[in-house]
Every structure is written in structure tokens, then in C-alpha cells.
Design a protein around this ligand. Sequence first.
Ligand SMILES: [Zn+2]
Length: 266
Amino acid sequence: MRFTEYVERLSSNARGARLERYGAVVEDGREYPLLSLHTEGRRRLVLTSGFHGEEPAGPLTLLEHLPEVLAFARAWGVGLDIFPCINPSGFEAGTRYNLSNERPNNDFIRYQVAPGVWKEQVLEGEAFVGWVLFDGGPKETRALRTALHALPTPDAALDLHQDNYIHGSLTYAYVFGDAAPYLPLMQASAALVGVAASLPVDGQRSTDAQGFIRHHDGSVTDYYLRRGVPHAAALETTTRTPPHVSQEVNLIWIRGFVELAAAGGR
Ligand SMILES: [Zn+2]
């Protein structure tokens, strides 16, 4: 889909939300606006999607199902901050990275593990001295990081991805701590698609028996954990999953995260 069409359809589906432009990027001589949507509510949920351009299900879920997502959140008193298509040139071209071949994912924070020693990622349970907001990275990441950091700390944050490496129709999720709040969402998803349980997913780490994986990778999800957000997760469906099924799984988790945000927890 041309990004201009995405923007047109997003604008017409955005009734009831404030559509904002938090930046713009120029790729191959063309300007791509960076767009976000905002609504009011007693509690807050941040939805991000489209870091990786070859993972279209998230951006398309937030485009095509936007009216029902807005209505659902409104009914629960949850205000939304939606960043539906973070890497527009990659989305349009169907490429993982942007057209300059920069990698917009991760690069939100850096960990200091010893005086003067900084790391992009730490292992689960690995000790560190502190963390800082990173100040470099691709232009999409810099614009998004600035926009997110200016917003109040939300009650929940969900990042929608797909996995373009694993074969088969499967889902799994990056979470932190106790996965009990997310188990009903995984179980509801399992009615539609297989769960990638006890499976190596990124060349180094495996999911657990319930399809959850924990990793402090400096991503937006990791950043929200460090900001004290009680519920932060990144959902994955494989790109081999039929697109409408990926969208249904995304909606299960979006609704679940609206409910988790509504319940609070901080
Ligand atoms: Zn991804």
C-alpha cells in the first residue's frame, strides 16, 4: 500500500481521535509524515506498530480496525496514544528497515553495567547500575523516542510486531515478570493460531512453555518497563499467519491491554 493511501484512510478512520504529526522523514526524495493518534481517558495505553516494514499486520490492524479500537478504549475510560506506522518507507516498500537501511527498532535506552561501560541489551536478571534514554539511532526512532518521552507514563504499552523468520502460523510475546495477566490473551489467541511454545525465536533465546519470552533489548517495550509501566509487552505473529488472523490476534491483545490499563496497577 502506498503510504499516501495509508494516511488518507487513517485520517478518515480517526474520527473521535486527535491526529498529530510528530515528525517527518525524507527517504528517496519523498517526505513521509510520522503520525500519531490521541484520545482522552482516566487511564492511558500506548500502542506502537510498524517498526519493521515487512510486518504489515500491526499497521493494518490499527488502520482498518481503528474505529472499533477507539470505541472499545472509550468504553473502558482509557485514553490512547497510538503510533500506528513508525517506519513508513519500510512499510510501503515491505522492507524490514527504512529505505536508508537504518534499523528503527530498539535503541530507546542504554544500560550502564559498570562505571563507563554501556550496553544495548542486558540479560534477564543481569545486574546494571542504571539506564539512560539513548540519544542516537535512526531518524524514525529519534522522532518517536522524543514524542513518547514527552507523554505521561502510561498504565500499559503494547507493541505489535510480526516474525518473518519462523515457519508456520504462530504467535508468541515478549513480556516481563509474571506472565499471568497475559495468559488469557495467549489462550484466546491459541484458538486462532498456534502458540510458539518452547521454540528458539531469535537465534539465541527460546520462548517458554506458554509462548512468552523475556529479554531486555532496549526496545520501546523495555523502555516502558524501565519507566515503571506495569504492563508492557511486544506481541508477535508470524508473517506466515493469514493476515486476517494476525489482525484478530492483535485485536485480542489490544482489547486485553485496554482492560489492563483500565485496571491500573501502579
Ligand atoms: Zn518486528
